[in-house]
Design a protein. Structure first.
Length: 418
């Protein structure tokens, strides 16, 4: 007897997609983390310090790429079936221009960055600059997959990208920092080839389909959205990382080391529920679905955040004591506050995605304002201890999330009234 199959409901489909992306993201992060651990054993202390510093530069260099992904995803999510293939070609063409601009800008700062970071030679920074071109295009392809809701392909590719880049970095580690980043660049090129293969059907179309059945691609609108997304992503990146630098400046070397360890828990809690934002983003571009879907997604992120925070407060000191040493157990339940701050950052990211999906720039402005407030408060009155700084961070992010949710709801209702 054949049992009839039941088509998954939209909610079940989202849960399934979220599970796939969450597992893939976790696997990719584990692979990326392994690169740092293994390089710490393979390289000299001086070379390892240079690689870690350049990895931080690479994260900043990827901000335009991350913004490009969400803008491309929004365009694909709002396109009709007839326009998607031609639109994909147009988007990738302009993504290529962005990729070249990012790589060129990185190349321009190679010499000053070499001196500032005491790299000894421009080779490592030059290879990092070269890697940013394929990486930026990779994020654009991820945007195509995300916008088309091809989450299984996206999840598989996230792992492939991590493996190729990490494998390349390890293969080149025998030649020092320059070899590491040369390997990462070559690994990114290999990953880009896989990415383009995944979207090959979107790229083989007639030119007359670029505007068939819908509005033609508007480069000026695209770059305007991209600039807003870059500002928002940059503000979010700064908001979720500036506390470590402030702690390093205001706390003792011992306490700043404890804070840096706590920030690891914050980063894990930030990335853990990120699949929620990735999966719901294409549907947030639909005004009819946005308000209800945003509320449900925010509820899931909050629930995961509470669970992660409680678990980190209870088990974190024990785990950190095993992995890092007994001294880090002194952080105690404060690790739960770090995890809560990371989860609050994910909620803010969800709201930023919602703003980008609806072409609403208000959340970006609020993010920048929150960054200024956080730096100002910590710099003047709230830097007496590890707990004081992280509580200030948590308070800022929670307040920002509440303001963002209220603002999004008000904007949605105003749109319906109009």
């Amino acid at each position: 007897m054949t049992v009839p199959t039941v088509a998954p409901t939209p909610r079940r489909a989202l849960v399934r997609a979220g599970t796939v992306v969450a597992i893939a993201t976790a696997a990719a992060n584990v692979v990326a983390f392994a690169l740092t651990i293994v390089l710490g054993r393979l390289l000299t202390v001086a070379d390892f310090g240079a690689v870690v510093a350049l990895l931080g530069v690479a994260i900043v260099g990827q901000v335009p790429a991350m913004a490009l992904q969400v803008v491309v995803a929004r365009h694909m999510a709002t396109a009709t079936a007839a326009t998607r293939p031609g639109l994909a070609r147009a988007l990738l063409l302009h993504a290529g221009l962005v990729a070249l601009a990012v790589a060129a800008l990185a190349a321009l700062i190679t010499v000053p960055a070499t001196g500032l970071l005491h790299l000894g030679s421009p080779g490592p920074m030059a290879w990092l600059a070269a890697s940013l071109a394929p990486v930026t295009l990779i994020f654009a392809v991820q945007g195509l997959l995300q916008g088309e809701e091809r989450f299984t392909a996206l999840g598989v590719f996230l792992v492939v990208m991590a493996v190729t880049r990490v494998g390349g970095g390890l293969a080149g580690s025998g030649f020092g920092p320059a070899g590491v980043f040369a390997g990462i660049a070559l690994g990114a090129v290999a990953a880009l080839a896989v990415a383009l293969f995944l979207v090959r059907r979107d790229l083989v179309v007639r030119r007359d389909l670029v505007s068939a059945g819908g509005q033609p691609f508007q480069p000026r609108e695209f770059y305007g959205e991209l600039w807003t997304a870059v500002a928002g992503m940059g503000a979010l990146l700064a908001l979720t990382n500036v506390d470590v630098m402030l702690a390093r400046h205001f706390l003792s070397r011992h306490d700043s080391g404890l804070y840096a360890a706590g920030a690891v828990a914050s980063k894990i809690a930030f990335w853990f529920p990120q699949a929620v934002a990735v999966v719901v983003f294409p549907r947030l571009a639909d005004a009819e679905q946005r308000e209800g879907l945003l509320a449900r997604a925010a509820t899931v992120v909050i629930g995961l955040g509470l669970l992660t925070s409680a678990g980190t407060a209870l088990l974190g000191p024990w785990i950190f004591g095993i992995l890092l040493g007994a001294e880090y157990r002194t952080l105690g339940a404060t690790l739960g506050v770090f995890a809560a701050a990371g989860a609050a950052g994910t909620l803010v990211q969800l709201l930023l995605y919602s703003g980008i999906a609806s072409k609403d720039r208000a959340i970006t402005a609020v993010l920048v304002a929150a960054l200024v407030v956080l730096v100002g408060v910590v710099s003047t009155v709230a830097h007496g201890s590890v707990t004081t700084i992280i509580v200030t961070v948590l308070t800022t992010l929670v307040t920002l999330a509440v303001v963002g949710l209220l603002l999004s709801r008000w904007r949605s209702r105003a749109t319906v009234r109009d």
